[in-house]
Design a binder for this molecule. Sequence first.
Ligand code: ADP
Ligand code: F6P
Length: 329
Amino acid sequence: MAKFQHPVKRIGVYTSGGDAPGMNAAIRAVVRSAIHSKLEVVAISSGYVGMVEGDFGPLNLRSMANIIQRGGTVLKTGRCPEFTKAETRKIAAEHVRKAQLDGLVCIGGDGSFRGAHLLWQEHQIPIVGIPGTIDNDIYGTDFTIGFDTAVNTALDAIDRIRDTAASHDRLFIVEVMGRNTGFIASHVGLAGGAEEIFTPDVPITVEQAIEKIRTGRNRGKLSSILIAAEGQKPGRAYDLAEQIRKKTGWDAKVCILGHTQRGGTPTASDRVLASRLGAAAVETLIRGECDVMVGVQNSAIVAVPIELATGKEKQTPRDLLKLANILAN
Ligand code: ADP
Ligand code: F6P
């Protein structure tokens, strides 16, 4: 963790990357705990896009009214590909200095944290990260804000699909988000009783899935649900359905849950996590510590160097996949 010498009087907050349910609860916690500690808080709109354009505005206690239960982010978010260029980051740093911000809180995923780390390294702008992404793919924290909500949203959809699958004796392939990891897939697969779970980092062959379904059919189990993580190819569930059709003649129905998983009311778990991490981020800056992500490990709040959080990969939980496989017999 890095240290900086500055009495913190004024901080900025921004959300960056994909929105995630619970980001608003995190913003609210940052703003209200900062004001409680007599700090001023400034909003940076649309992540790095707003930082580069100097789109800053004041926040107060009342700006945070009635947002704890809302999905999305009231600060707006965005992706700013130019931020990978040093000259773009220099412009952003100038705006931060001009606004007299002593530190920043970045709510986002690992890409957003990479940008934050460079702002610290190149321009000594102290930043603390809060992990906000439905993917749960950030090393150093057991959970990211939005993951629990996304899992519950996807599970609700799978339960509904099961009604039709059972009524028509059908095979469904449900595709979930999660980028290059299978956190959402493994959790909804286990909780939703899926026959097989395809993730990007644990190879399962189509033949294995077919064998599992065939064994079930021989025992009288006539409907099945397979979960496919999108991996690097959103829409891959259609490829899987086609492969199954070619090998067996079975008609697999495909349902891609897509962005439905990103929106909606955050669960209690996500709101509690967001509130704790928001307050912890402000306390970290007040202590003069930065270049860290605040996260949760075994229910305790921890600070993890951003280089570590962005440098290591978090693996899809193999134990959940194994258990789902045993239980879906
Ligand atoms: P997430 O933060 O959810 O992982 P992205 O990967 O899209 O989402 O990153 C969000 C933004 O962070 C990008 O649009 C870009 O502005 C910034 N960013 C991502 N990677 C880098 C990088 N290597 N260097 C500088 N900025 C980056
Ligand atoms: O990182 C969150 C996420 O929803 C991923 O699961 C997904 O791959 C990606 O963002 C989709 O990004 P976009 O909203 O830009 O299409």
